[in-house]
Design a binder for this molecule. Structure first.
Ligand SMILES: Cc1cc2nc3c(=O)[nH]c(=O)nc-3n(C[C@H](O)[C@H](O)[C@H](O)COP(=O)(O)O)c2cc1C
Length: 145
């Protein structure tokens, strides 16, 4: 059974909700999912032992959050090359963060990012689009060989 890490930051809980729905989709497709705030990931060893990675954070000030930037520097040391990956986050109007994370996964970490691209959702729409979140997680599970 493939194991997927969903690592996220959420200030007000919306991105956290998305993380949990994405995890549901991972499990529906038969993979194991672990959902962790990035604050619990202390070093690159904490990223070992997973077959795929989904990272998420909301957009603040048209950017990913500072702690997500630090987390990505940590993840750089974990050698995620070739691993399936995706990125997500909640937003209200510009929603830049998921694509920024996704591009780091693709171009810097050289991960096998999902062809779905990054996944962002307006915070007001999340509870009415649970299935979209689940589907995104399901696709990442299916990418595990
Ligand atoms: C100070 C501040 C700045 C924000 N800047 C942006 C922004 O630039 N673009 C955007 O789409 N949303 C912006 N937002 C909205 C948040 O991304 C949105 O509320 C999101 O759902 C928060 O996710 P969270 O509950 O996981 O923290 C901003 C919110 C605050 C409070």
């Amino acid at each position: 059974m493939g194991k997927v890490l969903i690592a996220y930051y959420s200030r007000n809980g919306h991105t956290e909700s998305m993380a949990n729905y994405i995890a549901e989709g991972v499990r529906i497709k038969g993979c194991e999912a672990e959902v962790k705030p990035i604050s619990e990931i202390k070093n690159e060893k904490d990223l070992e032992g997973y077959d795929a990675y989904i990272f998420g954070c909301p957009t603040y000030h048209r950017d990913m959050t500072a702690n997500m930037k630090s987390f990505l520097f940590l993840a750089e040391k974990a050698n995620l090359e070739g691993k399936p990956g995706g990125a997500f986050g909640s937003y209200t109007h510009s929603g830049d963060a998921p694509l920024e994370i996704y591009e780091t996964m693709e171009y810097v970490f050289k991960m096998k990012v999902t062809s779905l691209g990054s996944f962002r959702m307006k915070e007001a729409d999340i509870e009415n689009n649970i299935k979209s979140c689940q589907d995104y997680g399901g696709v990442i599970c299916e990418m595990i060989g």
